[in-house]
Ligand binder design. Sequence first.
Ligand code: ZN
Ligand code: FE
Length: 255
Amino acid sequence: MALELVQVACRGDNYAVLIHDKTLGVTAVVDTPAAEPIMAALDQRGWVANEIWTTHHHGDHTEGHLALKARYGSVIIGPRAEADKIPGIDRSVSDGANLRFAGRDVLVIATPGHTLGHVAYYIPDEGVAFVGDTLFAMGCGRVMEGTMDDMWRSVRKLADLPAQTLIYCGHEYTAANARFSLTIEPNNPDLKARAAHVERLRAQGLSTIPTTIGLELLTNPFVRAELDSVKEAVGMAGKPASAVFAELRERKNRA
Ligand code: ZN
Ligand code: FE
């Protein structure tokens, strides 16, 4: 039976995700932006946070760690390179590690850029990845600790997952990302259609996440920085994709 995934909205625009295996009765939580809404979502279902998987050390991804651990005895897992900054960490992991959860492989993928140690968690058997603040719907995270090249490589690494892979990210930034993306590719029909759909979802207060790699390949200019059409759109025909990516990221920072 497939894992049950529950997205929990926290602090306005953050998301945590509960990952539950019904057969074994075990649950993992990806990131803890705030303890209260996550505990409420767990308690309502009679679930216990057996594990917490941390994408990176920022407070809006780790604030609930100690409260959840105190309540449920959660084992806290996170990137080795940031272990000293992750509250209550029990087990540190790095690129290529396999966590194994509920009989499935859970592969750790290093995705530096937003932070130096940032990781994503990928469950191939379920076709789902939890990417924190690396890849967003029609956007990507700010480059805060690593280099633009680091972030470009991380974004591309995620884009190389199978097209149908479901992507859960750390924030509901989709509407603002769509508006920015349209300034880059105003004539991209898939982007225009998606932006309109996102407006409708947000008007109803609905989540736009998860996305898929396939949808990002069609509509996310950061993922598409290697396409001639995107290079031309920012006046950088013939330039390397990483430089085009950097230009896009700088434009978004100013937007
Ligand atoms: Zn962050
Ligand atoms: Fe964040």
